[in-house]
Design a protein around this ligand. Structure first.
Ligand code: G3I
Length: 375
């Protein structure tokens, strides 16, 4: 551990608010400064950062990122745990956090099959509710949440992960009860609640040809019906060997040709071995811990760190190439220690998927991005 790292830990333990010079030298160009004419550069923000328990994390986010997304606190399970009870405590603080720092605030997510409270789609006996009741609940939920942050949240992930890898519709509770109609309905309700808000469709494994085709079809259908959709969010949970830059680029172009902007919404890149091929970012996937599946608990070997930086550079070069189409690039967390990847699909591993390391220090790719953006 370097002297600087040791100093940071001592100061943190004593509760001192650290000067930003300890995070990154004062005067040095930040990501948000360098990328200001290219696209928004954002991150997901977690509870510790919102409530300023992770003070260093909050400072890093304020300095480096000009857009924020709630990693968890705006999901229906958090916001609306019971039919007649909302809990806006943390999401209100999240929005205040962004406003205080002049950041663009993105809402995630209105309709998602996961982190969905039981009451939303089923009755007390666990049976599916009727289509009419579900429409009423969706409308009430979307209207209440979107109206609360009207004029403050710039855009919403209206529907999340509704399309399977082969382009068919995911057979979620929403789909079982309402069929594919639940998607246009969600966009309609969101638009009615805040006509100024941007509306997005967000999904993972977007470089797969089947998923790409399914999403293009959905965008075209929403547009055919005259509904507002501003952008497609490509989650971008990458690994070291998937996707290829070429296949990913095909999707960027296909979505833009369907008439929407593209957002890279949940970018991270794992270096860890996968227990199974092609699980995308399916939250429900879970495998037992084995030591062989956690090869770098004490640090990343230089060779692998270099390969990671190189591959991340290729993706940022691609994003910059398409800066006319891409309106936001959003990391799914600020530092490696924050990443959901440490606990998915196997709990308790040590991963290195983000732009800043566990000591809040930028990786080599950050300088690459800053330079490339200014060329
Ligand atoms: O809230 C409890 C907390 O009280 C408890 O101490 C802690 C102990 O494990 O668990 C906490 O809840 C966890 C929550 O994250 C906050 O850390 C949940 O168990 C865990 O399931 C949840 O995981 C989140 C996951 O979505 C499910 O909502 C991840 O942080 C979050 O990064 C991930 O984000 C999703 C996007 O929303 C959609 N796309 C895929 C992406 C990655 O899965």
């Amino acid at each position: 551990m370097s002297t600087k790292e040791l100093l940071i830990i001592i100061l943190l333990m004593s509760g001192t608010v650290l000067p930003s010079s300890l995070i990154r030298a004062q005067g040095q160009t930040t990501l948000s400064e360098a990328l200001k004419d290219c696209f928004l550069i954002g991150t997901a923000v977690n509870e510790q950062q919102i409530i300023d328990k992770d003070t260093l994390g909050a400072q890093l986010i304020n300095r480096q990122f000009n857009a924020i997304v709630a990693e968890n606190c705006m999901k229906s399970q958090s916001l609306h745990p019971e039919e007649n009870r909302y809990d806006f405590g943390l999401s209100d603080r999240f929005v205040e956090f962004g406003e205080k720092n002049g950041q663009t605030i993105i809402g995630h997510t209105l309709i998602w099959h996961s982190q969905l409270p039981k009451w939303f789609c089923t009755d007390e006996e666990g049976n599916n509710i009727s289509p009419d009741i579900l429409k009423k609940r969706m409308k009430e939920h979307i209207t209440t949440v979107v109206k609360r942050y009207k004029g403050r949240v710039k855009g919403w992930d209206v529907v999340n992960e509704a399309i399977e890898d082969d382009g068919s519709f995911r057979k979620s509770k929403f789909y079982e009860i309402l069929g594919e109609e639940y998607i246009p309905l969600a966009f309609q309700y969101a638009h009615e609640a805040d006509p100024e808000a941007e509306l997005y469709y967000n999904d993972y494994s977007m470089a797969l040809p089947g998923k790409r085709a399914g999403v293009v079809k959905l965008v075209k259908e929403l547009k055919r019906r005259g509904l507002r959709i501003d952008a497609v969010g490509m989650q971008s949970h990458f690994s070291m060997n998937w996707p290829s830059v070429e296949e990913f680029e095909k999707s960027i172009i296909a979505f833009a040709e369907a008439g929407v902007k593209v957002m890279i919404t949940e970018l991270d890149m794992t270096v860890l071995p996968a227990p199974k091929h092609n699980i995308g970012a399916e939250v429900s996937a879970s495998f037992e811990y084995q030591r062989s599946m956690n090869p770098y608990p004490k640090g990343l070997p230089e060779k692998i760190a270099m390969a990671w930086n190189k591959r991340m550079e290729s993706f940022f070069a691609l994003f910059l190439k398409h800066k006319e189409i891409i309106s936001r690039v959003n990391l799914w967390g600020a530092t490696d220690k924050d990443s959901w990847r440490n606990n998915w699909p196997i709990k308790g591993r040590t991963d290195y998927p983000l732009l800043f390391d566990r000591n809040y220090q930028p990786k080599a790719v950050v300088d690459f991005i800053i330079q490339k953006a200014q060329e």
